[in-house]
Ligand binder design. Structure first.
Ligand code: BDR
Ligand code: CA
Length: 310
């Protein structure tokens, strides 16, 4: 089977870390590079976390720094969930690798333009880098097969009642991507809130006893503590690996084809992904939205992803 060419754009982040782990070693994914954005923490920190993860997991791909800030808004980081470092809970060895010497937005443009096969862009942070790449060189859209994103919600948000963190962090960027005409698949809180990293999940992964399982268990313990303190949740929702899991096995979610608008009005619903699930408005459809997730299948995929590091 042909491997899918992907660029992963992220802001690690505990759940981004597991998305990187899943994409970094797979027979089905050709990871062309990782671009980083300011989001869960400042770009300096999310960038360093990405290098640390790649070095520790031996993932040898270009890592490029993209945008430090959202297009219009002021960056609001999330230390309450991801800690001051953006990835609290794991002691990485000293860094000996460095960034690829190219800005992340230019990397996205150049990599997509020169790829012989179409590229899938997966975003697990604010969508700033992809929006800037589209504006910089719209021709890239001819060579993108689809955009998969963790973000949004057609039910409740997690920053405001209306908005989810990644979209809320840069609503204008999401607006550009959702209205670009590119096929967009949205994996939002509606499904990611169902994949909770209960203690039993951590114990299951710990048994695999390799470097990826150690990373998983240490990070998820801190993630859960922070989710409990912040939201009172019994376990944290493991959001970001879901679009990668979908690339590995599409049957892990069910999708609905809907019209979706990003609210950039700066009112109470600023940053909401308004998905017309019931097609009230009869507007042109532009987004596949994940509406169901097979939780057992998801943990099987994560388990296999960890085993790939044996
Ligand atoms: C999203 O917000 C971030 O804190 C996580 O990394 C995830 O991408 C969930 O709302
Ligand atoms: Ca993220």
């Amino acid at each position: 089977m042909n491997k899918r060419n992907i660029i992963l754009d992220c802001d690690p982040g505990h759940d981004d870390a597991i998305a990187i782990m899943l994409a970094g070693k797979s027979d089905l994914i050709n990871l062309l590079g990782i671009t980083v954005v300011g989001g869960n923490q400042t770009l300096e920190k999310t960038g360093r976390n990405t290098l640390n993860l790649c070095q520790y997991l031996d993932i040898d791909v270009p890592v490029c720094l993209g945008s430090a800030n959202p297009l219009v808004k002021i960056l609001e980081v999330c230390p309450q969930i991801h800690g001051e470092s953006g990835l609290d809970g794991f002691d990485f060895p000293d860094l000996t690798i460095d960034y690829h010497n190219q800005n992340g937005i230019n990397f996205i443009v150049e990599t997509i333009l020169k790829s012989k096969e179409k590229v899938t862009v997966v975003t697990t942070g604010p969508m700033t880098n992809l929006a800037l790449a589209i504006r910089l060189e719209p021709k890239i859209m001819d060579n993108i097969d689809e955009v998969l994103l963790m973000g949004g919600s057609y039910t409740n948000g997690n920053v405001t009642p209306a908005a989810e963190f990644n979209i809320y962090s840069d609503p204008e960027a999401a607006f550009i991507v959702f209205n670009s005409g590119l096929p967009v698949k949205m994996f939002g809180l509606d499904v990611t809130r169902k994949v909770m990293v209960y203690e039993s999940v951590i114990e299951r992964m710990e048994k695999l006893n390799n470097k990826a399982s150690l990373l998983f268990s240490k990070l998820m313990k801190v993630f859960n503590e922070n989710q409990y303190r912040t939201f009172g949740l019994e376990a944290g929702p493991l959001h970001d690996p879901l679009p990668i899991a979908y690339l590995l096995d599409e049957s892990v979610v069910e999708l609905s084809w809907v019209h979706c608008d990003i609210d950039i009005s700066r009112g109470d619903s600023y940053g909401r992904t308004n998905c017309d699930i019931f097609d009230y408005m009869k507007l042109p459809k532009n987004t596949f939205v994940a509406t169901k997730v097979d939780v057992n299948k998801y943990w099987d995929i994560i388990e296999q992803g960890i085993k790939n590091y044996n």
